[in-house]
Design a protein around this ligand. Structure first.
Ligand code: ADP
Ligand code: MG
Length: 355
């Protein structure tokens, strides 16, 4: 059974839709991310789930209850925003106790649960501190503790790490993920950061212009993007112009600079037309690394860039450029600019998309 169900959820402002017909089932204990560029409708979606924004149409179910018409406080959700809203005039313990006091819990219960919540977020002993005595990461942990202490059924997080610097963000993303798994709390996480979404999520919904255009596990989203938008939004890819020769079920043959290549095919890729062939730089093999069953091409090395852990090659095939990235390991073969090398890839790791 799913914990959150969105049915044709839509929000219209004036002429345009901020959110268009979202249909989504989120499972119990799942970490689900809404990923997309600024303005695509992530926060509006989350705030409709929270109850702060009234949908123009569609329904929201939590468990088997239709909560579409319920106010936020009746929805059993906790929400954390980008700018850790903790009260500066209250110390940490008072901040965390706030929600419990609203719920008229007894003094002893409050004290016990505040101590527990502080432990949960790794801030045991911080109860007496004030906001100005906390780092950004600590403040965000307090904001999280303040929400978790009320034991909500659902946790909603809207870009909770984007105000933190890079190092802290890295650390916090693993920390939040671990805490979420430990608590088993159904979580919807909003972010424009693909690394966060890939690292933290059980599944990701990629949004573009008010719609969810692809839902999948991080691996599915990264390895099998269904559209050019998803491809270019998640990681780097070679996006090559090809002509489609034939289609055989989920495979196609395409022509790239006079070579026939096999590739996987997305919906809508049809023989006779133009398509884009997508191959990730880490899947472009060079020289002796190209295997028997890989697609093969001759390429001219345009440049070799040493980047420490990775060596990056720009290669020319016909009139097009292909980027290859290799792990810089012991005994790895290097290729000098100007030389012609065999390059190739496993056809299962290349995808033809509608141009
Ligand atoms: P995201 O969180 O993905 O950056 P939002 O959900 O905040 O995007 O916004 C989605 C779209 O809806 C944007 O184009 C935004 O300008 C518009 N929008 C959001 N809130 C309002 C509002 N109160 N009035 C009018 N337009 C809004
Ligand atoms: Mg937003």
């Amino acid at each position: 059974m799913s914990d959150i169900r969105l049915v044709n959820l839509t929000k219209t402002y004036g002429e345009g839709n901020a959110v268009s017909e979202i249909n989504l089932n989120i499972g119990e204990g799942e970490f689900f991310s809404l990923l997309g560029p600024s303005g695509c409708g992530k926060s509006t979606t989350l705030r409709m789930v929270a109850g702060f924004i009234k949908p123009s149409s569609g329904r929201i179910l939590i468990g088997s209850d239709d909560v579409t018409g319920l106010p936020p406080e009746k929805r059993d959700i906790g929400i954390v925003f980008q700018n850790y809203a903790i009260f500066p005039h209250m110390n940490v313990a008072e901040n965390i106790a706030f929600g419990l006091k609203l719920r008229k819990r007894g003094r002893e219960e409050i004290a016990r649960r505040v101590t527990e919540a502080l432990k949960q977020v790794g801030l045991a002993g911080y109860g007496e501190r004030y906001q100005r005595q906390l780092s950004g990461g600590e403040q965000q942990r307090v904001a999280l503790a303040r929400v978790l202490v009320t034991e909500p059924r659902i946790l909603l997080l809207d870009e909770p790490l984007s105000a933190l610097d890079k190092g802290l963000r890295e650390e916090m993303k693993f920390w939040i993920k671990d805490l979420q798994k430990k608590l088993g709390i159904t979580t919807v996480y909003v972010t424009h950061d693909q690394d966060e979404a890939l690292t933290m999520s059980d599944r990701i919904g990629v949004m573009q212009k008010s719609r969810i255009i692809q839902i999948g596990t991080p691996q599915e989203i990264y390895e099998r993007p269904k559209t050019l938008f998803v491809t270019s939004f998640i990681g780097h890819s070679n996006i090559l112009d090809v002509t489609v020769r034939g289609r055989h079920g989920d495979d196609v043959t395409v022509d790239l600079a006079g070579r026939e290549l096999r590739a996987r095919a997305a919906d809508g890729v049809a023989p006779g037309g133009a398509a884009k062939l997508v191959v990730r730089p880490e899947n472009v093999l060079l020289g002796g690394a190209v295997g028997e069953r890989d697609m093969r091409l001759d390429a001219t090395v345009l440049s070799e860039t040493y980047q420490g852990a990775i060596v990056r090659y720009r290669l020319q095939v016909g009139a097009q450029e292909i980027v290859a990235e290799r792990q810089n390991q012991a005994h790895v073969e290097r290729f000098a600019p100007g030389t012609v090398v065999t390059i190739g890839w496993d056809p299962e790791w290349s995808e033809a998309l509608v141009a």
